[in-house]
Design a protein around this ligand. Structure first.
Ligand code: ARG
Length: 408
């Protein structure tokens, strides 16, 4: 009988390199690795060789950057989904896609198991396993980091050396970093103290406000039905557009986020993010919605944004509720088309103009000049009825007070 196959979500770091060898030995299985490129800045060169040397028999490396932006990040942008009002969820949005790709390879290879290198106290394990389960309930998900014998990085390094597993020669980074084109999550080291300001060396993509140019930079962004299509008048594909905004934002210190965040597993953690393009796009998109969405739709959508963000953060991408909310969101976006002009300056974003063919801003109604078309006289009757319940309360209460005084 041929050996069982396990498809491993492989990053090339210490954990997943050790994992390849460990799984091969402990499960007596054939190991296939899968690495998804989501536009991270780290080179994927040399990864195949590393995986093979760690014990893999086959290596898949797939570029998923476009799919990630167009099928995950942009839908969440349209939803205005920021976890706890701040985090654009680069990591959270990437996991369901990686899980989907992992399942596809498992199917192709007739593998019955997949494995990931997430720890037992993070959100990512949940995102991976719930997504794999929703897409392929018959496939078993293994999480060696939750159960294996290694208690520290040092023990893993010892195991790696003893088994000829290539470990990165570079000086180890004091931070734990998860990076993709939509943003970077930076954890560990001194960042675990919430009173410590993140040191400059924690950041990869942005300069500090102090080091940003003394002149503001103007940028215009055009959207079509909630999707960004051009920057500074130049039409661009999704990848180039986000890359360009990462550069523009990065040099103007835009998109650094430092927050205490509520994890799904019940703990608060200190998270530092950099997401220049996502921050700019969320800001611009919101401003365009202000001028194109009808009031009640815009107000109701804030509730949807929050629920949608919670679903994504909590690993519930492939669920009927997320899909139903997406349908609502997509409907709201039909007329979110137009141009937003922004001014970036030392870590801040200011709106400097917006326009849309579907703009609901009517100068004839808004103006205080002689051109005014608003029917002022209609306000009198409107206010009379609008305020009626509150007048009624007051009248009734006064009557009750008078009667209670009379009865003593
Ligand atoms: N707290 C963020 C999230 O849950 C970032 C997680 C970063 N993941 C990582 N493996 N370093 O989405």
């Amino acid at each position: 009988m041929s050996k069982q196959k396990i498809v491993v979500a492989y990053s090339g770091g210490l954990d997943t390199s050790v994992m390849v060898h460990w799984l091969k030995k402990n499960y007596d299985a054939e190991i296939i690795t899968f690495t998804g490129n989501l536009g991270q800045s780290k080179e994927l060169e040399g990864l195949e060789e590393k995986a093979l040397k760690s014990g893999a028999s086959k290596v898949y490396i797939e570029d998923l950057t476009r799919e990630f932006l167009e099928e995950y990040a942009f839908p969440a942008l349209k939803a205005g989904a920021l976890y706890e009002g701040a985090y654009p969820m680069a990591t959270s949005l990437g996991r369901p896609l990686l899980a989907k790709a992992l399942v596809e390879i498992a199917r192709k290879e007739n593998a019955t198991m997949v494995a990931h290198g997430c720890t037992g106290k993070g959100n990512d394990q949940v995102r991976f396993e719930v997504s794999v389960g929703a897409l392929a309930p018959d496939i078993k998900c293994i999480a060696p980091l939750r159960t294996w014998e290694f208690k520290s990085r040092e023990e893993e390094i010892d195991y790696a050396i003893a088994n000829n597993i290539p470990v990165a020669a570079t000086k180890s980074n004091p931070y734990s970093i998860d990076d993709n084109i939509w943003g970077t999550a930076i954890e560990c080291g001194v960042l675990e103290d919430p009173m410590v300001e993140p040191p400059e060396d924690a950041f990869i993509h942005t300069v500090s406000p102090e080091n940003a140019p003394d002149q503001p930079e103007l940028v215009t962004i055009e959207f079509e039905s909630g999707i960004p299509k051009s920057v500074n008048g130049k039409e661009m594909d999704s990848i180039s557009l986000v890359q360009l905004l990462n550069e523009i934002g990065g040099r103007n210190a835009i998109g650094r986020i430092d927050m205490i965040e509520n994890r799904l597993v019940g703990i608060k953690s200190r998270e530092v993010y950099e997401a220049p393009a996502a921050t700019i796009l969320h800001f611009a998109h919101k401003e365009l919605e202000r001028i194109t969405l009808e009031k009640s739709v815009m107000h109701f959508k804030t509730l949807i944004s929050q629920e949608y963000a919670n679903l994504v953060y909590n690993g519930l991408w492939f669920t009927p509720l997320r899909e139903a909310l997406q349908a609502f969101v997509d409907k709201t976006q039909e007329k979110v088309t137009g141009l937003v002009k922004l001014k970036l300056y030392k870590g801040t974003i200011k709106i400097s103009g917006r326009t849309s063919p579907y703009s609901l801003y009517d100068p004839a109604l808004a103006t205080y000049t002689a051109e005014d078309q608003f029917d002022h006289s209609a306000s009198e009757g409107f206010i009379k009825i609008y305020g009626l319940p509150y007048k009624t309360i007051n009248r009734v209460m006064q009557k009750v007070e008078v009667e209670s005084k009379l009865s003593v």
